[in-house]
Design a protein around this ligand. Structure first.
Ligand SMILES: *Cc1c(COP(=O)(O)O)cnc(C)c1O
Length: 383
């Protein structure tokens, strides 16, 4: 028996249709790439909503509507990179403000706050956000942002977004969640109480390792106004082709995440049984310390994991150079599998600090290839 139509369309329907009605001129079912920097006006100030392409572009608008829908937010804003989106939020701060951030936050985020904003008078406190009392203790009257990442990169810590958002709100700070690792298909931080959700769309949303982009979504119209102002004033916007590539990627996000998660689980379980592997960090393993929280907060567990082998750094570097399907590369979230050694690659900027991951940690972005091929590749590389 057919089921009654639901009021709100499902995730997959929104991914393919939100902001993407057939175009008005010729009925193209795909949003056109409006490759233009400016728009002709009928009379001074009389135009169809667009005057200059830093301020707005219809391809970008379609992407922003779609991203908002996927995060179940009221609005979305697209940026030229995840860091441009991060910087827009950081730009809302002034000298004397304080930020509490997760102690294994994305390396580029830490670098931005540490090297650029600390100099301008913004104070930082990195904390292990698994310990809610430590976060409570870190809060000051001047705390404006609590910066959350879950699962974290590269150690795959899972933190309680709802509880952390509550702590942020008690202190009158914004709860911001970098949701890049989970993607909106696996986790919607706004539904757990976060004020802003941020993505590097370069990763799972774009999904094909062919574009760099970023996004922010939220519900509060005042925050939208502030961030849209900064998006235009500082100008970290995506070009029309890049916006289109991210939008095309988003259409298949749900099916890709299902396969990334199935492959991630299978690879994690295989690694966990391997005699040379001493540790596997994957939220889908029952041995993960926050597995129960991950089950509650996430729909599935994704394609990111990290592990350590006997022999430490030397063994980690050796095996990372020996895989044939897993490409040795930075970045993550594409259809193809990638392998890297975080401390020597993505996390070089935290080397020598207490934020540094173990030197022998290997990170995998498990792609959507045939999973038996991926496991065979790791088997020959680990030896
Ligand atoms: C890649 C990444 C970023 C930065 O995004 P770019 O698109 O590279 O600027 C931020 N946060 C996380 C978790 C990331 O993986």
């Amino acid at each position: 028996m057919p089921t009654a139509p639901r009021k709100k369309p499902g995730f997959e329907t929104l991914a393919i249709h939100a902001g993407q009605e057939p175009e008005g001129l010729y009925g193209a079912v795909t949003v056109p790439i409006f490759q233009t920097s400016t728009y002709a006006q009928e009379a001074v100030g009389k135009h169809k909503g667009y005057d200059y392409a830093r301020t707005g572009n219809p391809t970008r608008t379609a992407l922003e509507i779609c991203l908002a829908a996927l995060e179940d937010g009221k609005w979305g804003l697209a940026f030229g990179s995840g860091m441009a989106a991060t910087d827009a939020i950081a730009h809302t701060l002034s000298a004397g403000d304080h930020v509490v951030l997760s102690d294994d936050v994305y390396g580029g985020t830490y670098r931005l706050y540490k090297r650029m904003y600390e100099q301008l008078g913004v104070a930082l406190t990195p904390v292990d956000m698994r310990r809610l009392d430590a976060v409570r203790r870190a809060m000051r009257n001047s705390t404006k942002v609590v910066w959350i990442e879950s699962p974290s990169n590269p150690t795959m810590k899972v933190v309680d977004i709802a509880a952390l958002s509550e702590i942020a709100h008690k202190g009158k700070a914004l709860a911001v969640v970098d949701n890049t690792f989970a993607s909106p298909y696996l986790q919607n931080p706004l539904a757990h109480g976060a004020d802003l959700v941020l993505h590097s769309t370069t990763k799972y949303i774009g999904g094909h390792s062919d574009v760099v982009g970023g996004a922010i979504a939220g519900n509060d119209p005042a925050l939208r106004e502030r961030l849209a102002y900064l998006q235009n004033a500082a100008g970290g916007v995506p070009g029309p082709l890049d916006a289109w590539l991210v939008l095309r990627g988003a259409k298949t996000l749900a099916v890709r995440m299902e396969r990334h998660s199935a492959n991630g689980q299978a690879v994690a379980e295989w690694l966990a049984e391997h005699p040379k592997v001493t540790r596997v960090n994957y939220p889908g393993l029952t041995s993960h310390p926050q597995h129960a929280l991950a089950r509650k907060q996430m729909r599935l567990f994704g394609g990111m994991l990290s592990f350590e082998v006997r022999g430490g750094e030397v063994a980690a570097k050796r095996l990372s150079g020996r895989t044939k399907i897993f490409a040795l590369a930075e970045s993550l979230g594409g259809v193809e599998s990638l392998i890297e050694v975080p401390l020597a690659m993505t996390h070089g900027s935290v080397k020598g600090t207490k934020l540094a991951p173990p030197a022998g940690l290997v990170r995998l972005s498990v792609g959507i290839e045939t999973v038996s091929d991926l496991i065979a590749d790791l088997a020959q590389a680990i030896g």
